[in-house]
Write a protein that binds this ligand. Structure first.
Ligand SMILES: [Zn+2]
Length: 133
């Protein structure tokens, strides 16, 4: 999931239209600054506020991973986090419906960093079996 710039009501034009979508700010899909249920937020070094839609796929997969004995360390940056089982650490990124690699993820992969992209619970079962061998 990508981080997109938050749109503040103060950025809208006199008619209340979003500066990016050019439609009513209340109707557009851009993240506002106070949608904690739908988005997580972070600030860039220059103070820009960005938001990323909370991914229910990821939430469910994390819960499943824990239920089969993994510990999960969130990173929420280029990659989503680390799955830990005993001495084994696995770099994971949760992918929902056809989620593409971000450019920074593509660079990691190109350098040979072993990122596992997880979309379904069965993939977690398989990881666990590999580790427990
Ligand atoms: Zn908008």
């Amino acid at each position: 999931m990508s981080w997109i710039e938050v749109v503040f009501a103060s950025q809208c034009d006199d008619d209340g239209n979003c500066p990016y979508c050019r439609i009513d700010y209340g109707e557009c899909d851009c993240p506002g600054p106070t949608q904690d249920e739908e988005y997580e937020y972070r600030f860039e070094a220059d103070g820009t506020m960005r938001a990323r839609r909370i991914d229910s796929t990821a939430t469910a997969l994390i819960a499943y991973a824990k239920s089969i004995g993994f510990d999960y360390v969130p990173i929420n940056d280029t990659i989503d986090g680390l799955l830990v089982s005993g001495q084994t650490v696995i770099i994971v990124d949760w992918k929902s419906q056809g989620g593409d690699l971000t450019p920074s993820q593509s660079r990691l992969i190109a350098r040979g960093v072993p990122v596992r992209f997880i979309q379904r619970p069965e993939q977690l079962d398989q990881l666990k079996r590999e580790i427990d061998k």
